[in-house]
Design a protein around this ligand. Structure first.
Ligand code: MLT
Length: 267
């Protein structure tokens, strides 16, 4: 079963796909400036077993969801809870977040602990933006608004994949980044600049957690993921070989196997 539609959420329409069975819900949250398509290879593999309910939104200002001039990690996390409510899903979710999706996962834990059953943190970061990064994020926001999202896609595409990525895959993700509404890119770049430091949150995380790094990830290198793992008591840590920042599309079989194992370990 796969349903895809727009849901009224916090004054905008948020696009989400809903697949799989009636089992425990898994919420897949993409990064910046991407879309829920990031999770299609994983969902295709997991839905064959027909167990978990698989929920894949496009974040506000990304993919097919409406954009607003302002966003924040808080807003994205609250949107997701409103989406779950709109789907009638009250059970705690397994939150799978890549990069900005993982940053939103920390916020989801802080604000909506009762809605969280487990965490999968993929190619992400826990730190606040360092001072030297702030002008770069602001320049990116302004460039997107002035010249369009293509300039952001041009700046980011070279760091997204491990060396040797298939040209079609690289092109597909270039196109998705370039098609992200400029207003959504700018809002997200500014939200990333303003994100809080999540390191103090790590020792408080009390749900089963899996941390996944790509050994060739140039955007969120494995050392940062190892620090996240060290901060979360009882978490598991896996490094995917020959994987860059977009591990779920670079290595769909290995990624889906890891997730399947983690989901079955939750019982
Ligand atoms: C992402 O994939 O969400 C971004 O690359 C995050 C970032 O730029 O820090």
């Amino acid at each position: 079963m796969r349903e895809a539609r727009l849901f009224p959420v916090a004054g905008i329409r948020l696009y989400a796909e809903n697949a799989g069975g009636g089992g425990p819900p898994v919420l897949f949250v993409h990064g910046f400036p991407l879309s829920g398509e990031l999770w299609h290879p994983t969902v295709e593999r997991l839905e064959r077993t027909g167990e978990s309910r698989l929920i894949v939104p496009d974040l506000r200002g990304h993919g097919r969801s409406e954009a607003t001039a302002q966003a924040s990690m808080t807003r994205y996390a609250d949107d997701l809870v409103e989406l779950l409510d709109a789907l009638g899903e009250r059970r705690p979710v397994v939150f799978v977040g890549l990069s900005m999706g993982g940053i939103i996962g920390f916020e989801f834990f802080r604000r909506h602990r009762a809605r969280l059953g487990a965490l999968v943190l993929v190619c992400t970061r826990a730190n606040a933006e360092p001072p030297e990064g702030l002008p770069r994020r602001e320049a990116m926001a302004q460039a997107a608004l002035r010249d369009g999202s293509r300039v952001v896609a041009d700046a980011m595409i070279g760091n997204m994949f491990a060396p040797g990525v298939a040209p079609q895959l690289r092109q597909r993700w270039y196109d998705i980044m370039a098609a992200t509404p400029a207003i959504g890119v700018a809002a997200a770049a500014r939200a990333l600049a303003a994100r809080p430091d999540s390191f103090p949150t790590l020792p408080r995380i009390d749900v089963p957690t899996l941390v996944i790094a790509g050994d060739s990830d140039a955007i969120t290198p494995p050392e940062g993921l190892r620090e996240i793992h060290a901060g979360i008591r009882g978490s598991r840590f896996v490094t995917l070989e020959r994987a860059g920042h977009l591990a779920p599309v670079e290595h769909p079989d290995r990624f889906a196997d890891l997730l399947r194992e983690f989901l079955s370990s939750l019982g």
